[in-house]
Design a binder for this molecule. Sequence first.
Ligand code: RIB
Length: 299
Amino acid sequence: MITVFGSINMDLIATTQRLPKPGETVAGNGFSTAAGGKGANQALAARRAGCSVHMAGAVGHDGFADDALALLKAAGTELDAVKRADEPTGTAIILVGGDGENMIAVVPGANGTVTAADADKAVGGMSRGDTLMLQLEVPAAAVEQALSAARAKGVTTILNLAPLIDDAARLGRLADIVIANETEFERLAGQENMTAEEREAALKRLNSETGQTLIVTLGGDGVVAIRDGVISRAKGLKIEPVDTVGAGDTFCGYFAASLDEGLAFEPALRRAAVAGSLACLKQGAQPSIPLRDEVANKL
Ligand code: RIB
């Protein structure tokens, strides 16, 4: 069983021919809304991968709240630990350019009301052998408490180090498994502009210092990871991306679900990377998360 302790957003998405520069206005060519939030996206990905998933977090009392939870609910995710807060549901303003790249500004709203007490509640029902998955879109104090409560219970913790916040490196030390993109990993390792060789050396150093499993996502180049001193690599599919929003979350959710169902580390990386590639082929974070069979057909 996986519990995801994290953010739930409504994504407001505009598509443009190209992304604007600071201070520039560009014409949009489409607008849509979709359920999002790194926590909710990862929960849905784990659920669509076939896992039993509990989501813990917060939404508001506003019109976005039910829409933000609709796909999680339809997929059969347990939502009892999602509280209704006196702040608006979190929103993300997203621009997607013609090449599939994006810019995102997140307004936390209700996500900002998630507390250490909520963390205790979320972890309270978990047992040894379960998995807790977290990101950094709810307050750092709540993430820290969830990580320490989970450790005390023997629950496996997976922290996606996104988005990059001041506390990222410190919190990153507290999880069993860390998933980071290149920039986030550089923060964890304390070195900027790493070459591929420097990244691999840093993975080995951190793994031997902390014993943590570390995974670095490299966009179209797949992932590089280390577990028990052994470096692994996995590639996704060769694709022309339409919209990369949520691809990293899909990777995280599929990876967690794959370990939870007993898959070995390297096949879990490959399955997650393939799922992440498929998530780039449609618009919207949650609508684009592939189903278990769609991923299985591409492995
Ligand atoms: O990782 C993608 C997500 O980041 C979006 O769904 C958006 O809500 C932001 O949280």
